[in-house]
Design a protein around this ligand. Structure first.
Ligand SMILES: [Mn+2]
Length: 326
């Protein structure tokens, strides 16, 4: 990665920095933010990590997780944004993904830096590092760190954060975004002393009994298959109540229908307050980001995207069935 010399010069002396990432932070949002936090605080910067909304409890084991803040519009937090010299925007490329801190970012005179790997970036920062070829923003943070400080000795904590982001965004090194470079970075992280089995268990083998039963129920009772190749699951208030669904509990469910040989697209529709949250997954060359972008106010990656619908569940599914025809 080529990091502009001007930005490197700015970072050469201690600064006030805010790091933020997208709503409902996932492993990559958390991993990239916390890795960058570890690196920047090592270089004596004063850093606040502020997420727009809360993250699932099963990430509570992550290094530095205790220093994170959730957006609350308190005076202290407003001051963090206003007094920041720099704001890092990680793992999102449109200001609409950070509704809860949008105003603070827009009002702040800080220099803004985007590090992101999603398609179709909106270049809303002063420095925009967009790399859709990278597996994850965490992999980009590794590149960023090395570009700025060749001699930096990767700590185990920072390595654990980067590995978490890479692991979760590649689905355990299985998605097409996993590259030669991804594995080289992973090898550096292993050299820094991370234990991959522990991180894997923390990220994936962490279900509550309710959550496992929810998965079983959805696959048994809610899975619909159309045209032999497209699968979808709808989750409404009933399931939410029955299985006591918590934030993050449906994470990963959308991947299961892809285990069927001839299924190329899998979608999860989840009723939220006043809207339906949609996750899209696909195999091979099938591009679900176009469906998400063109029909459901969303976007993302070719094989993994997200969107939102403000119509009823029935109408949303109908619209999806039509839009996925070609
Ligand atoms: Mn990501």
């Amino acid at each position: 990665m080529n990091v502009d010399q001007a930005l490197q010069d700015i970072l050469a002396t201690p600064k006030n920095i805010v790091i933020t990432s997208h709503q409902k932070p996932d492993g990559d949002a958390l991993g990239s933010s916390l890795a960058l936090y570890g690196f920047l605080t090592f270089h004596q910067h004063k850093v606040d990590v502020i997420f727009p909304t809360d993250f699932p409890d099963y990430y509570n084991w992550m290094p530095f997780i205790d220093i994170t803040q959730i957006a609350n519009k308190t005076d202290a937090q407003k001051a963090s944004f206003l007094n920041a010299d720099l704001i890092f925007c990680l793992d999102f490329n449109s200001i609409d993904r950070v509704e809860e801190v949008k105003e603070q970012i827009n009002q702040s005179k800080a220099i803004k830096v985007m590090l992101d790997h999603h398609l179709k970036p909106q270049l809303f920062c002063d420095y925009n590092y967009s790399s859709p070829k990278s597996s994850s923003t965490s992999e980009m943070v590794y590149d960023f760190i090395i570009a700025i400080d060749r001699d930096y000795q990767l700590t185990r904590e920072v390595a654990e954060c980067i590995y978490t982001g890479i692991l979760t965004d590649t689905g355990g090194f299985q998605f097409s975004c996993t590259s030669n470079a991804t594995h080289i970075v992973a090898s550096k992280l292993l050299e820094a002393g991370i234990e991959p089995d522990i991180i894997f268990n923390n990220c994936y083998n962490n279900f509550s009994l309710d959550r496992l039963k929810l998965f079983g129920f959805c696959l048994d009772q809610k899975l619909k298959i159309i045209r032999d190749s497209v699968a979808y699951i709808c989750i409404g208030p009933e399931e939410k109540k029955k299985f006591n669904i918590q934030e993050g509990d449906t994470e990963g469910l959308v991947n299961f229908p892809l285990k069927i040989d001839n299924i190329g697209i899998s979608v999860l529709f989840k009723q939220d307050e006043g809207k339906i949250k949609i996750s899209f997954r696909s195999k091979h060359q099938i591009d679900v980001s176009a469906i998400a972008r063109e029909h459901f106010h969303g976007g993302g990656h070719r094989n993994a995207s997200g969107g939102t619908s403000y119509e009823s569940m029935e109408k949303t599914v109908e619209k999806f069935e039509k839009s996925s025809m070609n």
